[in-house]
Design a protein around this ligand. Structure first.
Ligand code: NI
Length: 258
């Protein structure tokens, strides 16, 4: 069975066939799914999906590009959601300097990243971190707040193998998805080669990031076997081993999942 650690099935791209698709997951070998909130609105829709499906769990949090929706009131609401039995992580949170170049906006991103990291510490939940074009600031902020005390994953990992080792030293997992199958995914392939399989989590980030041979189409969790196959080849182990070990990794990190 495959543990899908990062999906967005509440996305409008699934409006036409969401239930039909989700009904195919368990028969197709996808045993658990974490649906990840990225704004206050999508945290609500994430919770709805987790309520309606036994095998789907919720991560609650606000993505750096959506922090406009955060204030003390909505942050308090977010905190309330953490006590629900199927809320298994805070995410996705982090820094994204690819879309936001203004210093003032980046400062706001750092502020809400920190606040949500502290929320995770306080509520004993792991974090799902999104970090794009912000490697140094992500690492510095994590050091500053002692992120080694807060378990988590760097999702859709896009930095160097050396940086991955630094995150792993802090106790973090590395989220690997479709990019590892891309022709231009050389850096991620090197990362996968270098880090222990015990530190890798499987994910899609669907509807985005579909792996080869389906690159460019709407992604969904039934594509993960293409990622598994690529990781197995790089590591020189069987696809079954990749599934089993990454399953155990996810169950360990997201300890509220049953
Ligand atoms: Ni995502």
């Amino acid at each position: 069975m495959i543990f899908e650690t990062h999906a967005h099935y509440d996305d409008e791209k699934f409006d036409g066939d969401r239930e039909e698709l989700l009904s195919k997951m368990q028969p197709g070998g996808i045993g658990r799914i974490i649906n990840v909130g990225s704004s206050i609105e999508t945290t609500k829709t994430t919770i709805d999906i987790a309520k309606n499906h036994d095998f789907v769990y919720a991560a609650v949090g606000v993505h750096p590009s959506d922090i406009d929706g955060l204030n003390e009131e909505t942050f308090a609401w977010l905190r309330e959601q953490t006590s629900w039995e199927k809320t298994v992580a805070i995410g996705e949170i982090g820094l994204d300097y690819y879309w936001d170049k203004e210093e003032e906006v980046q400062k706001q991103q750092r502020y809400w990243f920190k606040r949500q990291m502290e929320l995770a510490r306080e509520t004993n939940l792991p974090v799902i971190i999104h970090s794009r074009d912000a490697a140094a600031d992500t690492m510095n902020l994590m050091k500053e707040i002692h992120a080694e005390e807060i378990p988590g994953v760097i999702h859709c990992y896009s930095y160097s193998p050396e940086m991955a080792e630094q995150f792993i030293k802090m106790g973090y997992y590395i989220g690997v998805g479709g990019v590892v199958t891309f022709k231009n995914g050389k850096k991620l392939k090197e990362t996968v080669k270098k880090i222990p399989i015990e530190r890798i989590l499987l994910e899609t980030d669907c509807p985005y990031m579909a792996p080869e041979p389906n690159r460019g189409t709407r992604n969904q969790s039934l594509n993960i076997p293409f990622v598994v196959k690529q990781i197995a080849e790089i590591k020189g182990i069987s696809t079954q081993e990749v599934e089993d070990i990454t399953w155990n990794n996810a169950m360990k990190l997201f300890s509220k999942v049953k």
